[in-house]
Each structure stands twice: as C-alpha cells, then as structure tokens.
Write a protein that binds this ligand. Structure first.
Ligand SMILES: NC(=O)c1ccc[n+]([C@@H]2O[C@H](COP(=O)([O-])OP(=O)(O)OC[C@H]3O[C@@H](n4cnc5c(N)ncnc54)[C@H](OP(=O)(O)O)[C@@H]3O)[C@@H](O)[C@H]2O)c1
Length: 280
C-alpha cells in the first residue's frame, strides 16, 4: 500500500488530541475517514471543517466501551464506504493514584476502555481486513507501556497489555496480509492530562499515606511539558504506518520518547527505578 488516497480508516478517540490530529492529517492526504468518540458536537464540527460535502469524512458518536456502539460504528462504516482499510485504535485515558487506594471498579473501567474495548473493536474489524487480505491496524500505546511509574501503574499496565496484544495479533494476522503496529507516544500536549485528572483527582487528593508524594508527582508532569510533543508528531507516524510497504512493529515519538525507551533498554532496572521513584 503506498497511498492514503481512498483508504477507508476508522479512528477512535477523534474528538481531541492525537485522534483529531490523525483525522486532520489523513483527511488532508485523501483518506476516507470515519471519526468516533463520545462528544458528538466535537465530531460534527471536525467533520464539517474537514469535508463540508460529507463525502469523505463521516462522524459517528459512540462510547467504545459499549458493544452496541462498536457494532454501529463498523456497520455504518461499511454502509457508507463499503469497505474498511484501517483501524486506528486511539481512544483511551489514564487513571492515576496509588494501587492500594484506587477502587478496583475504577481500574476495571480503565482496562475496559484502553484494552478490552480495543480488542472487541478489533474483533469486529479484523474479519473484513482478513477477507480482503489487506489492511492495517494501528494501536496507540505509550512509552508507559514499557516504563511503569509509581502512582501511574494502573494506566501504565493498560498500555503494557497493549504491547503484548499488538505483538501477538501482528503474528496472527500476518498470514492474511493484514499489518499490525503499535505507536508509543511520549508526553504529548492534548486533553489527556485534563481527562486523567477528571478520572483520578479524587484518588490523588485523598491519597492518605501517599499524600506527601503528590506534589512531586504533579511536578513531574509539569517538567515533562517542557519536552512535550504535538499531536501531529503521532499523526505523522500513523500516516507512515498506513502508507509504507512494511510498517515497523512499533514506533515512538517525539524525541524524548525514544530517549526514555533507549534508557529502558540499556539501564539496569534498579537505576531506572531510581529515576522514576517517588519524591517528596
Ligand atoms: N497525550 C499523551 O501524552 C499520551 C501519551 C501516550 C499515549 N497517549 C494515548 O493516546 C491516545 C489519545 O490520547 P490523547 O493524548 O489524544 O488524549 P485526549 O485528548 O484526552 O483524547 C482522548 C480521546 O479518547 C476518547 N475517548 C476516551 N474514552 C472514550 C470512550 N469510552 N469511548 C470513546 N472515546 C473515548 C476521547 O473522546 P470523548 O471524550 O469525546 O469520548 C478523546 O477523543 C490515548 O490512548 C492515550 O492513552 C497519550
């Protein structure tokens, strides 16, 4: 596959951040895109902006954790465009807080969005790609899928799960001509932090014995902002994965993401833990 033109691409989590940037980039490149997320008003505005004719950009609001919504997304894509060439599994958010304190229901909800729903949507799309013996699945993982940090291990473990899932799925779908890749963003300025705060503030603000470490934890994110990337850094990689002859198993951006992954590779575990440890 060498051109975006005409490819039918489903993008989840397209109402902001990386998904929105990916929608913009792929639409500019001539792809026919289906954008999905829960906030209908955002999707409709984006669809109108990218393609006022409605011929090549299609917005379908839905919650990725809802089976009916997932089925509707795939069915509506096929009704509109009669095929699917790619799925960008991007919808996700992060729950933070000490493992000891965050209720298991909240942890389960994070896995439901970031992992189980991604698997379920992939199960709906894969038969179509397999039958046409072509297509690409791009999973948006994270550097956090390789490096887990204290107070972030719930979100980080969802992204660790995606690492294994993507690797196995790649091997399963390869004989059918379907390509599967993982993108590991570093810190990117999006609405991610706001969404993570909304999901986690009640745990971070009532952290009991972990309270003294909270300021240091939040400061860590503020420091990261200095090296943060732009959502289009990731959208560019999605475009590359959809258009190159043979996508790499995994990609990372921006530069600091590659640097952290390199450190994970070369440093002894204990040294890395000293870098990521809780500080007051
Ligand atoms: N920003 C970073 O630093 C960073 C780093 C590494 C990885 N990532 C990953 O990149 C992906 C995109 O995040 P982002 O940074 O672009 O954050 P974002 O701006 O908060 O975007 C998240 C998107 O996911 C959608 N979403 C969340 N829950 C959903 C649900 N239940 N059903 C449908 N859509 C849902 C949101 O839309 P609605 O609220 O409208 O549903 C939104 O469009 C996530 O998987 C995230 O884990 C981000």
């Amino acid at each position: 596959m060498s051109s975006l033109a005409g490819q039918v691409v489903i993008i989840t989590g397209a109402s902001s951040g990386i998904g929105e940037a990916t929608a913009r980039r792929l639409a500019r490149g001539g792809a026919r895109i289906v954008i999905s997320a829960r906030r209908q008003d955002r999707l409709d505005a984006l669809a109108r902006e990218l393609d006022p004719t409605g011929a090549n950009v299609f917005a379908i609001a839905g919650d990725v954790t809802n089976e009916t919504d997932r089925q509707r997304l795939v069915r509506a894509t096929l009704e509109k465009f009669s095929r699917i060439d790619a799925l960008v599994n991007n919808a996700g958010y992060g729950t933070r807080g000490p493992v000891e304190i965050v209720p298991v229901d909240a942890i389960r909800k994070n896995f439901e969005t970031n992992v189980f729903s991604l698997i379920a949507l992939t199960q709906l799309v894969a038969p179509h790609l397999r039958a046409q013996r072509s297509g690409t699945i791009v999973n948006i993982g994270s550097v956090a899928g390789r490096i887990a940090r204290p107070l972030s291990s719930i979100y980080d473990s969802t992204k660790h799960a995606l690492e294994a899932l993507t690797d196995g799925l790649r091997g399963e779908l390869k004989p059918f001509g379907v390509r599967v890749t993982l993108i590991r963003p570093g810190y990117i300025v999006t609405e991610f932090v706001e969404a993570a705060n909304a999901a986690s503030d009640k745990y971070l603000e009532n952290a009991g014995p972990y309270e003294p470490f909270m300021a240091g934890f939040r400061l860590g994110y503020q420091k990261l902002r200095r090296v943060a990337g732009h959502p289009d850094d990731i959208a560019r990689l999605v475009q590359h994965a959809l258009t190159c002859a043979n996508p790499a198993p995994r990609y990372a951006a921006p530069f600091h993401a590659k640097a952290f992954l390199f450190l994970k590779w070369i440093l002894p575990g204990r040294v890395l833990e000293r870098i990521t440890r809780l500080r007051m």
